[in-house]
Design a binder for this molecule. Structure first.
Ligand code: SF4
Ligand code: SF4
Length: 191
């Protein structure tokens, strides 16, 4: 089915995904190959194929289920599903879109609180320097999640092995990188 012939409900997630990211959820015909190959589908509340179906219905109730799911936060972007999909749908891209949209709308799964803290801390670290600054990431994650004591016993051995640095390394093209962040946030409708 050609995406050019499909009329989407105005403002639906499926329409936004197609317009903003060229994600072709409408092509999914529920073969289930993505769910069968996903290494974490057993821990998900909805396997990837069901997420696709929820989005396809273009019903607000089902869209909210997809946005509130744990699935999107458990997805590790391994791309196994995308390589198995006969319709060549970018399923990890769909998961990424749903993660960002759920944050924008404030519809997130309470069980994903710590994963979301890590996600935000990771992005902040990249935004500030263009590279991952591990010590900054850990500090921000602990403040956000209040998991102050977690894994603290690993710090001395990581320091002695040079895995943690005290000074962040800033990339040369930081301005270009910031404009990518700006464009992406604009596309997603964030202020
Ligand atoms: S990219 Fe995500 S949804 Fe796809 S197989 Fe990997 S973990 Fe599962
Ligand atoms: S593999 Fe592709 S077509 Fe099959 S259910 Fe998953 S997304 Fe749909």
């Amino acid at each position: 089915m050609s995406s050019a012939h499909v009329v989407h409900k105005k403002g639906s997630l499926m329409e936004e995904m197609l317009d903003q990211r060229h994600l072709t959820v409408q092509k999914c015909y529920q073969c289930g190959k993505c769910s069968a190959g996903c290494p974490v589908s057993e821990d998900m509340d909805y396997p990837p194929s069901v997420i696709m179906r929820l989005v396809q219905t273009e019903s607000k109730a089902n869209e909210d289920k997809a946005l509130r799911s744990m699935t999107t936060w458990l997805c590790v972007t391994c791309e196994t599903c995308a390589t198995r999909c006969p319709m060549e749908i970018d399923i990890p891209g769909v998961m990424d879109f749903l993660r960002e949209r759920s944050l924008q709308k404030g519809i997130t799964n309470p069980g994903a609180k710590n994963i979301i803290s890590f996600h935000k801390s990771f992005l902040d670290s990249i935004k500030q320097t263009g590279r991952l600054f591990e010590l900054g990431l850990v500090a921000e994650y602990k403040l956000r999640s209040l998991q102050m004591g977690q894994d603290v016993n690993l710090v001395p051995s990581m320091l002695s092995r040079g895995k943690l640095h005290f000074i962040p390394e800033v990339i040369k093209g930081r301005k270009n990188m910031l404009s990518i962040f700006k464009k992406t946030l604009k596309k997603g409708g964030k202020k």
